[in-house]
Design a protein around this ligand. Structure first.
Ligand code: FES
Length: 207
């Protein structure tokens, strides 16, 4: 019988993403509540695949929650991080492969610092592992995990056990070679993020 890609980690990741975008958001652990997947403001599926920007309303996004959008066929995670999570980020630098985000391919130039974000509390990431494209699980609570007894919150890829912190920075000693990608984005106002357009080019169309 044909394999049908059952053991293909890329296909597994894709399946997880499709599940997430239809069922909505990754509620992980106590205190994490699902947020509706926003469709109404956004372009048609065909336009999104072609690269049209998508709009996210984060007005209802509470601390610890993740909103999952789709842009260019990829899952986009928008996560509101707590102060405890932000405070933990600098403490992880010595365990990370690229703590200062020096690989310029993984984020736009305006994304700097440990938090890799425009606003400190809001993280925007492409939710695909940089190893072979599975969709990592959000493990956002600071507590011991089976894969790391000193876990400070982050993302764990079940395919080959890569780990990333809550800024998408990859740990040392895992298969994933680079940090998670931060997509081009900007804030139209305090509660509205446009995915796919840089702040400096918001009047020129998609990045
Ligand atoms: S796809 Fe291999 S570790 Fe994520």
């Amino acid at each position: 019988m044909a394999n049908q890609g059952v053991n293909d980690p890329v296909n597994q990741g894709r399946r997880r993403f499709l599940t997430a975008t239809t069922a909505v958001v990754g509620a992980v652990g106590a205190g994490f509540v699902a947020v509706p997947f926003i469709k109404s403001w956004n372009p048609s599926a065909r336009a999104k695949l072609a690269g049209a920007p998508v709009t996210a309303d984060i007005s209802a996004l509470a601390e610890g929650q993740r909103l999952i959008m789709e842009w260019r066929g990829q899952p986009i995670w928008i996560v509101k991080r707590s102060k405890a999570i932000l405070d933990a980020l600098p403490t992880l630098d010595g365990h990370l492969r690229d703590p200062k985000s020096e690989n310029k391919d993984q984020q736009p130039a305006y994304i700097t610092g440990e938090g890799r974000s425009i606003k400190p509390e809001i993280s925007v990431l492409v939710g695909l592992c940089t190893h072979l494209g599975c969709s990592p699980e959000m493990k956002a609570e600071i507590r011991p995990e089976p894969f790391d007894p000193e876990w400070k919150g982050g993302y764990f890829c079940p395919c080959h056990k890569s780990r990333f912190d809550m800024a998408g920075r990859v740990f040392q000693g895992v298969p994933a070679p680079t940090n998670l990608v931060v997509p081009p984005h900007h804030y139209e106002n305090d509660n509205t993020i446009i995915i796919g357009v840089d702040p400096s080019s918001s009047s020129k169309g998609a990045a």
